[in-house]
Design a protein around this ligand. Structure first.
Ligand code: FES
Ligand SMILES: [Fe+2]
Length: 437
């Protein structure tokens, strides 16, 4: 395959050519992972056109609480206003464009610009601008805001044009039966861990979506999760062992009235996937010894069933849900070669640190795994930057990466950009498939 130099591209004309040339079953060509021009396209056509997870509502419990969220070169002020409503505004003053909030988080009555002191209400309306000429109408200068949706305590924002936003109700309606039992709105943040990752966001996502690398890279994850212990080796014997363990769990989980299996609502705008599966024999939570992570179970649960749940909300948020804690893995594109990985761990809101849980025990699995992932992703990016990088073939255990790349290219292509909103019956798509990430 001929190599193309990203520096010689005129992307306004060539992007469709790149998409057309993409070989099915192979990784992307180099510029997709390395070129600032492609990152700009990612921002406009993918990142700004999907709902992006920001944080848990307990991060801003009181009126006026705010924090800054950075994504693809933009800073967004997330704040709680009157009547508990959550707002999201671009951190850009409507006077002469200064950054408005300089602190990363805090509490304010109003948002006042440090430059000439224009001040804005928490909902974004301009409240005060001194000595402006006659005819100046403050209503014309509200902050640029993003759409906000809060679903089960999780804050999502949409940075693009309102009319192009994927149908959030469709996402929420399809996920609610699976997520409701955990009552995520009634949780609190146990601990947060940051993993700055100097790599293109698509390499971060691809790494998360496949477990081909689990055996060489993640001994702790492999010893914790049954599906890797057995089916990760790809042999029929391994699969059979996993099937036996899975079926044993299936009976138990069903008897407890718990959700099981796999569900993928077909959404053209955003990748959605949810599943519940066995952790491994005798484990009740995804901890180092398989014992509880927190003495208080989440939400309505009265007993462990030995399973855990996985939710994908697009490529930006993955929820790994044990019966007693949640790991929210948020992957945020920052720049062409810069991503943020932040893991927020939630436990029951009444759980007491030091009594019911220890943050390091709750964080153990995904901290050790994500540290390992950050390292391999950085090495992956270094290799992809080499003059000798060429797209390589995915293995049979990297099917989710292929699906992601297909979906990404559709989003990126002006010609193929999906726009339809589907409405389906979730029961038609719920199976009891054996799960393998
Ligand atoms: S730029 Fe904000 S008040 Fe002037
Ligand atoms: Fe990994």
């Amino acid at each position: 395959m001929q190599k193309i130099d990203a520096r010689q591209l005129d992307l306004t004309h060539d992007v469709e050519g790149f998409i057309d040339r993409q070989q099915p079953g192979f990784t992307l060509e180099q510029p997709f992972y390395t070129s600032p021009e492609f990152f700009q396209l990612d921002k406009e056509r993918v990142i700004f056109r999907q709902w992006q997870f920001v944080d848990h509502v307990s991060r801003i419990p009181n009126r006026g609480d705010f924090f800054l969220f950075t994504i693809a070169g933009e800073e967004i002020i997330i704040t709680r206003g009157d009547e508990d409503k959550i707002h999201a505004h671009f951190n850009v003053c409507r006077h002469r464009g200064s950054r408005l909030c300089l602190e990363k988080q805090g509490r304010k009555r109003r948002l006042t610009c440090p430059y000439h002191a224009w001040s804005f209400e928490l909902d974004g309306r301009l409240a005060n601008a001194r000595q402006m000429p006659d005819g100046f109408d403050p209503n014309d200068y509200s902050l640029h805001s993003c759409q906000v949706r809060v679903f089960e305590g999780l804050i999502f924002i949409y940075l693009g044009k309102e009319e192009e936003a994927p149908d959030f109700d469709y996402i929420a309606d399809n996920y609610l039966p699976w997520i409701a039992p955990y009552k995520l709105a009634d949780t609190k943040i146990a601990t947060v861990r940051h993993f700055p990752t100097p790599a293109n966001w698509k390499l971060v996502v691809e790494n998360f979506l496949e477990c081909y690398h689990c055996r060489p890279s993640h001994p702790e994850y492999c010893s914790t999760m049954g599906h890797v212990t057995y089916d990760g080796d790809g042999t029929e014997e391994g699969m059979e062992k996993y099937r036996v363990m899975y079926n044993r769990w299936l009976e138990k989980a069903k008897a407890q009235g718990r959700k099981v299996g796999y569900f993928e609502p077909p959404c053209p705008d955003q990748s959605l996937r949810v599943s519940r599966q066995v952790i491994k024999d005798n484990a009740v939570s995804t901890t180092q010894d398989g014992g509880p992570a927190c003495k208080k179970l989440l939400g309505d649960l009265t007993d462990y069933d030995g399973g855990d749940a996985f939710f994908a909300f697009g490529e930006n948020l993955y929820l790994l849900v044990s019966d007693d804690y949640v790991a929210l893995l948020r992957f945020t594109p920052l720049d062409t070669l810069e991503s943020d990985v932040t893991i927020t761990y939630l436990v029951h809101k009444d759980a007491e640190e030091g009594v019911d849980y220890e943050p390091d025990r709750v964080a153990w699995l995904w901290e050790v795994t994500t540290e390992q992932d950050a390292k391999i992703i950085i090495d992956n990016q270094k290799g992809v930057l080499s003059d000798r990088y060429r797209p390589g073939p995915y293995s049979k255990l990297e099917g989710n990466c292929e699906t992601f790349i297909r979906h990404y290219l559709k989003m990126l292509s002006a010609a193929e950009r999906p726009t339809s909103k589907l409405n389906i019956n979730p029961d038609d798509y719920t199976g009891e498939a054996i799960f393998s990430i």
